[in-house]
Design a protein around this ligand. Structure first.
Ligand SMILES: Cc1cc2nc3c(=O)[nH]c(=O)nc-3n(C[C@H](O)[C@H](O)[C@H](O)COP(=O)(O)OP(=O)(O)OC[C@H]3O[C@@H](n4cnc5c(N)ncnc54)[C@H](O)[C@@H]3O)c2cc1C
Length: 464
């Protein structure tokens, strides 16, 4: 694939203009009082490591608590580990000293956690989520549904997950058929885009996905994934396969590419996979995907959607590698991940313009990463309609509004499930939102737009 000749300075100028326009279109917290409250709690947590650890341990035990009294005991117990609690926390701990105070505190904590969870999770099941998904669509935002679940350790659980996915596909297709037309969301220059879009995890489709015996896990997951691909094809839905930690990456990639190349999937469904830019070897993974597109995948009627992300398992990969004395597979400098994300964005967009059969989806809440993709796409001769931007429900809500307001295609990844299933997901999102190396934390801390949009290796801008 020949890289486009895009001049760096012109690209940075365009990127800055795009990023500034998006930033100006971000809705203010004034219109979202509840969100402002959540942000305050997260801000409090991100400034105090002990408090953060205590709150996250609390959030983790919430589903196991039987009543408000139990909940309040746990909360005050965890908070006692914080040496110098900020004012609101000190008040909560005093309330925990009496029985009536505990009941009130427990109820408030339960409401708080539920509210926080609802920010990230759209409903307890697909039918309950349809109202929110329709509202998003009406506002110019497409969605991808992710069914939350606990770890799959038995065949029965894998079977149950596959059955839930199958029900979700049917519910999504039936309900979305009644949505109003939104041309920006349902067509690009390669053809129609399904309204119903489901993201699935291979680790939930088999209990046997282990790094020491990848073939067994692949074989076991293959039958269930084939079933879902058939159903998505027959219903005209999109099926997206998420990427998880590195120990399953190769098995997932091989499985998806092998199944999609089978004759029965030549005409469909529309499908996609995920590329993680925090992995040092991600450029080679992209080589594999592009080689497949010009080889076994070339006969497919539908393009392959590649969702580019940085990667959600950074801490896990670091700990895992150190424990085993392995070389760390992820970048350990944030700017390296950001830089690699931009290089992969360019390669994907160049491949698309070159007619390789790829649809590009850039998934990030980082204004610079998003603005870079939009600007590079334009400068390299691509059309806006051929670039999709994706955000996570709850983390990217303001950004998705700003993107939709620019008449660009945006899709929100919407987890569905109950509070118990959602806890691990919620804790991961909270960790991400309060991490020191996070764009969202920088943005919340009020960094100037010049710093937020600066290239990955630019000197840090010191606040006055
Ligand atoms: C729609 C959507 C779907 C997603 N699907 C998946 C998926 O299937 N699989 C998956 O793994 N993730 C997935 N993610 C999550 C994604 O990988 C990121 O965790 C998340 O989007 C944060 O990245 P950012 O660009 O938004 O924010 P930024 O703040 O710019 O980047 C944060 C990311 O940088 C990386 N990072 C943090 N610290 C360091 C460091 N010290 N050195 C190097 N790198 C560092 C980590 O990847 C971290 O998540 C998805 C995200 C979205 C929006």
């Amino acid at each position: 694939m020949v890289a486009s000749v895009v001049e760096d300075k012109a690209l940075e100028r365009e990127l800055f203009a795009v990023g500034t326009r998006l930033a100006n279109a971000l809705p203010s917290n004034a219109r979202r009082p509840l969100k402002a409250l959540d942000d305050k709690a997260m801000d409090l947590a991100s400034r105090d490591a002990e408090l953060k650890a205590a709150l996250f341990r609390f959030v983790d035990v919430v589903p196991a608590c039987r009543n408000p009294d139990d909940l309040a005991r746990h909360l005050t117990g965890f908070l006692r580990e914080v040496d110098e609690p900020p004012q609101p926390i000190a008040v909560a701990m005093r309330m925990g000293a009496s029985r009536t105070g505990r009941a009130a505190l427990g109820r408030a904590a339960a409401t708080g956690v539920k509210h926080m969870a609802h920010r990230f999770i759209v409903g307890e099941d697909p039918a309950a989520a349809m109202g929110d998904l329709r509202d998003l669509w009406k506002d110019g935002v497409a969605s991808s549904v992710d069914l939350l679940g606990e770890a799959t350790v038995t065949q029965a659980e894998a079977q149950r997950y596959a059955a839930r996915c199958s029900d979700a596909l049917e519910t999504l297709v039936a309900a979305s058929a009644k949505w109003p037309e939104r041309p920006r969301l349902e067509r690009d220059s390669a053809g129609p885009l399904p309204r119903a879009n489901l993201s699935v995890k291979v680790s939930a489709l088999t209990p046997l996905l282990r790094p020491d015996a990848p073939e067994r896990g692949k074989r076991d997951a293959a039958e269930r994934l084939r079933g879902l691909l058939r159903e998505a094809r027959d219903l005209g839905a999109h099926l997206h396969i998420d990427m998880e930690s590195l120990d399953s990456r190769d098995a997932v990639l091989e499985l998806v590419l092998e199944l999609l190349a089978e004759t029965e999937f030549r005409d469909g469904p529309s499908a996609g996979l995920v590329l993680q830019a925090y992995l040092r070897d991600s450029p080679e993974t992209l080589d594999t995907i592009l080689a497949w597109l010009s080889g076994p995948g070339a006969a497919r009627a539908q393009p392959l959607t590649v969702r580019l992300v940085k990667g959600a398992y950074w801490d896990h990969e670091i700990v895992e590698a150190r424990q085993h004395g392995w070389q760390v597979p992820v970048f350990d400098v944030k700017a390296d991940s950001d830089h690699n994300f931009e290089l992969l964005t360019r390669r994907l967009l160049d491949a698309r313009v070159g007619g390789s059969g790829v649809r590009v989806a850039i998934a990030s809440h980082n204004l610079r990463s998003i603005a870079h993709a939009i600007a590079y796409n334009r400068r390299s001769g691509g059309r806006d309609e051929d670039l999709e931007l994706q955000v996570l429900r709850g983390l990217g809500d303001p950004l998705q509004e700003a993107i939709a307001a620019q008449d660009l295609r945006v899709r929100a990844y919407c987890p569905v499930g109950d509070l118990v299933a959602g806890m691990a997901y919620l804790v991961r999102r909270l960790l991400e939102n309060t991490s020191n190396d996070s764009f969202l934390a920088d943005q919340a801390a009020g960094k100037p737009i010049e710093a937020l949009l600066a290239p990955p290796y630019a000197e840090p801008v010191v606040a006055e």
